[in-house]
Design a protein around this ligand. Structure first.
Ligand code: AMP
Ligand code: ZN
Length: 496
């Protein structure tokens, strides 16, 4: 492990030194998408944040089992209708067709953002037996009761027995109990704050399974309790999701785990904050919304141009996962510049050769201290903006060496190697960024190869004093908005 890791635990509301239950191994559960519509850019922010957390935990040496579910049953709308059934009815499709369509779309989007797949991706509909067993355990332990074929969790009894309900979301128990929402079947419950763990299906409800209580379907919160227990055990290390899930979803999950297993499921709760646009919550109702496709194509009144997925991802990394993030055109433009600056500096850096010096200069000391700080800050609750800021402190040094303002003689071999591996690790392994195919030095595969060839041809022309050819190459590239930059370490390119 490189540094002690600290996590802002939303359960205790404190930053805590991370201690895994089993030495070297981490179990992490993150609530996945409800696959009844296209994944939106806010969802992407949450999943990108957990991807960076997953990548960093692995980078610092842990073996991680990352479980992220697919919700394909049970997540009800405010009117009490299953979101999957509603989506299916609207589109005249089988619910499984809806789930398949949007699961594929979600996976495509996760690939576009270059996130790693989770180690296990369980579906709620694939775990109905486990959920029925859990309902039975909750009933057996006296915290669930049946009414007309539906089963409810007894929040009042749970609150009387243990001081747990409301702790995660920070709600006062009295407020929770008076917060009555006019949901379906409210009259069946002992108390309005009780929630369904099994629901009897009405005649027109498409998703339905046999159970000891009725032909019905599981309550939304139950799937995460059942699947996290199955794959990570009754107690595991990290549970994550967006902070809109704290209540009721996670609060009720905690209650269910106590009810079925007699213990709190996760030691650390991590909640990501919401993505906004132009200072306001993204909302379809007032047109304040943008889809990933619109961002990538530029086809939206909210932005002046297209932004590549890596620029959008870089933009996300510039904010801490726990802060709200406001999408603006200006913010994306700045991110574009920052992304290119970082990638160009890295391209220069990786081509640099050490001077064989083994003396430690002031510059060495400064570079090493900044690198150490970048890792310390990343280990301080996965602070991506701080770690990025440290990399940007190092960029002028790299550019200075490349342009000859700073001397490579002042950078010893170990420092140069450490600088190279730090940039490589942060950019590719931890942040999961990719080189944009076109746009930025060191483009991917074919583009990169072609640009290297063109730069070589121009260099040969210059050596042979064939100024006509070298100027033609430069001018044609300029027309394509590709700039060449001649430095001490060679020629690099960038796209405007
Ligand atoms: P859902 O598909 O609605 O269950 O959401 C999937 C994940 O995205 C959950 O962890 C949500 O908390 C998260 N999420 C939803 N809206 C936003 C948003 N605007 N910003 C960030 N995360 C969000
Ligand atoms: Zn969940």
């Amino acid at each position: 492990m490189k540094n002690d890791l600290y996590i802002q635990n939303s359960l205790t509301r404190q930053k805590e030194l991370f201690k895994p239950i089993n030495e070297g191994f981490i179990g992490m559960y993150v609530c996945g998408p409800t696959v009844y519509s296209d994944v939106h850019i806010g969802n992407c922010r949450t999943f990108v944040s957990f991807d960076v957390i997953y990548r960093y935990l692995k980078y610092i040496g842990y073996q991680v089992r990352y479980v992220r579910n697919i919700t394909d049953v049970g997540h009800l709308t405010d009117e009490g209708e299953d979101k999957m059934s509603k989506g299916a009815k609207l589109a005249k499709l089988e619910p499984m067709e809806v789930a398949q369509k949007y699961t594929v779309g979600f996976h495509d989007m996760m690939r576009i953002f270059n996130t790693l797949p989770p180690d296990i991706e369980p579906r709620a509909t694939g775990h109905i037996i486990e959920q029925i067993e859990m309902v039975q355990q909750i009933i057996d332990n006296g915290l669930g009761y049946e009414r007309n074929g539906s089963v409810y969790f007894d929040t009042i009894k749970f609150a009387k027995e243990q001081d747990v309900y409301g702790k995660l979301s920070g709600r006062k128990i009295d407020d929770l109990f008076t917060e009555t929402r006019d949901l379906k079947n409210q009259s069946e419950k002992n108390h309005p704050s009780d929630f369904a763990i099994w629901m009897k299906a009405s005649e027109d409800h498409i998703l339905r399974w046999n159970s000891p209580w009725s032909v019905g379907f599981p309550g939304w919160h139950l799937e995460c309790s059942a699947m996290s227990t199955k794959y990570l055990g009754k107690q595991f290390d990290i549970h994550g999701g967006g902070n809109d899930l704290k209540f009721p979803h996670h609060e009720n999950e905690v209650a269910q785990n106590h009810g079925a297993c007699g213990c709190h499921p996760a030691n650390y709760w991590i909640h990501t904050n919401m993505l906004e646009m132009n200072g306001r919550k993204m909302a379809k109702s007032d047109g304040n919304t943008i889809t990933p496709a619109q961002l990538f194509s530029g086809d939206s009144p909210h932005i002046s141009k297209a932004y590549s997925p890596m620029i959008v991802k870089f933009f996300m990394l510039q904010a801490h996962y726990g802060s709200t993030l406001d999408i603006t055109d200006k913010g994306l433009q700045d991110a574009e510049k920052g992304y290119h600056r970082l990638m160009e500096a890295n391209a220069l850096l990786q081509k640099m050769e050490a001077s064989d010096s083994d003396i430690t200069s002031e510059l060495d000391t400064e570079i090493n201290a900044t690198i150490d700080k970048a890792f310390q800050q990343m280990s301080d609750d996965f602070n991506t903006p701080m770690a990025l800021a440290r990399l940007f402190e190092l960029v002028p040094k790299i550019n200075g060496i490349s342009a000859g303002h700073l001397s490579m003689d002042d950078v010893n071999t170990d420092t140069l190697e450490k600088l190279k591996s730090t940039f490589h690790s942060f950019i590719y392994d931890i942040f999961g960024l990719l080189d944009d195919v076109v746009g930025g030095a060191n483009g991917n595969g074919v583009t990169d190869g072609l640009m290297e060839l063109i730069i070589d041809l121009r260099q040969n022309a210059r050596v042979n004093k064939d100024w006509g050819t070298s100027d033609k190459i430069r001018d044609t590239l300029q027309e394509l908005q590709i700039q060449l930059k001649d430095g001490k370490e060679g020629t690099t390119w960038s796209k405007n």
